[in-house]
Design a protein around this ligand. Structure first.
Ligand SMILES: NC(=O)c1ccc[n+]([C@@H]2O[C@H](COP(=O)([O-])OP(=O)(O)OC[C@H]3O[C@@H](n4cnc5c(N)ncnc54)[C@H](OP(=O)(O)O)[C@@H]3O)[C@@H](O)[C@H]2O)c1
Length: 340
């Protein structure tokens, strides 16, 4: 599998990464281990988890699998802290991060985390406190690189500026929801990442399953699928996503997929891999069979016509002010280039 650098200063990682949010939840341990084995066999190196996935079960499964194969030094393991602080702590505070990291290292059975994400902004903790804590942990060899998830543009810029001014580590990556159905990150976050040399690692590349084409307009889903089990779940909730715009995008994805003789999921993944700033796409799967299908997307190359079709059908449009007003004279023609 091709590798890419994770931002200006991060490690080399496989361009398809394994997301493990399903592990210990809808995916049991044997099936999770089958996914991990398959992913590594196919050349994958970046494995993404979080302390809150299945209340730590995802990390623990990865830890047991890693121990059984003799370690994970050949892989880049990412985990996150913020949403499961110990009682009495704010999510991104010194006390919380130190304790959460100890717990994650213990469950993962490793001495250091390769990539440590703060899972979201914490308005109750000064950013200097979070950054200096992370800097100390990098210096102590317990974290190799830092990263952030789920931010606005000004929050990321504040992190970068504070880190540079204070001599703290700068994030190498941002993990964000980014897919053909949700392109809001292109307005502020993506330009900030490009400017600062920070990699994008999009989550929910298939929009939680919608971009496989498996959810129709007329019937609420049933059965063993994410929305079959819980139609109100998360950002992909059926009533929220079941719109004309969604189905127009899914139809365009199907048409492009048909031209290439591929499943729609390949097209959704290939579109993301071709977007500026994207280093690795986080695949999520319930089964090893789904993962095998999605890994096959790696060799699909979309031509400029395909990209234009997909980018224009999914454009969300910019608010007219300030974006429409400033883009002609501010030098920020990034949104035009992105087809936002
Ligand atoms: N930082 C954050 O806040 C955050 C948030 C969310 C996710 N993430 C990360 O991103 C990863 C991926 O997110 P995601 O799971 O939402 O990604 P996704 O690719 O949008 O959705 C994955 C789901 O789609 C369905 N699916 C996948 N491949 C399929 C196929 N070939 N055919 C039919 N259905 C298929 C499966 O659900 P069903 O079979 O159950 O329908 C699977 O669990 C996570 O594992 C996690 O590591 C991070």
């Amino acid at each position: 599998m091709p590798t890419r650098p994770l931002g200006a200063n991060g490690p080399l990682i496989s361009q398809l990464a394994l997301g493990t949010m399903t592990f210990g939840a809808e995916t049991d341990e044997p099936e999770a281990c089958a996914q991990l084995d398959l992913f590594v066999e196919r050349g994958g190196t970046l494995i993404d988890t979080a302390d809150v996935y299945a209340a730590g079960a995802s990390e623990a499964i990865i830890g047991r699998w890693g121990r059984a194969r003799g370690g994970m030094d050949d892989l880049v393991v990412a985990t996150k802290a913020r949403f499961g602080p110990p009682p009495g702590s704010r999510g991104a505070s010194r006390r919380a991060i130190r304790r959460c990291l100890d717990a994650s290292l213990n469950r993962l059975q490793v001495e250091a985390v390769d990539l440590y994400f703060i899972h979201g902004w914490d308005r109750h903790t000064e950013i200097e406190e979070t950054l200096s804590t992370l800097g100390d942990l990098v210096a102590a060899g317990r974290i190799h690189n830092i990263a952030w998830s789920n931010l606005t543009g000004w929050q990321l810029q504040k992190i970068v500026s504070t880190a540079r001014a204070g001599g703290y580590p700068v994030p190498v990556a941002v993990q964000l929801q980014y897919n053909l159905l949700e392109r809001g990150a292109e307005i502020e976050l993506l330009p900030c990442c490009l400017e600062a040399g920070i990699a994008l690692t999009p989550w929910s590349p298939l929009g939680g399953g919608w971009l496989t084409g498996k959810y129709g307009a007329d019937a609420r889903p049933t059965g063993a699928t994410r929305l079959g089990e819980d139609p109100d779940r998360g950002v992909e909730a059926y009533d929220r996503r079941n719109t004309e715009r969604t189905h127009a995008i899914v139809d365009a994805v199907r048409t492009v997929a048909g031209r290439h003789g591929r499943p729609p999921a390949h097209v959704a993944i290939a579109w993301l891999l071709a977007r500026p700033g994207v280093a690795a796409v986080l695949l999520g799967a319930r089964t090893a069979e789904q993962l095998a299908d999605n890994l096959d997307a790696v060799d699909l190359s979309l031509d400029p016509g395909d990209m234009e079709t997909l980018t224009s059908v999914s454009a969300q449009g910019l608010p007219s002010y300030p974006y429409g007003f400033v883009q002609d004279w501010s030098g920020l023609d990034i949104w035009r280039r992105l087809g936002t």
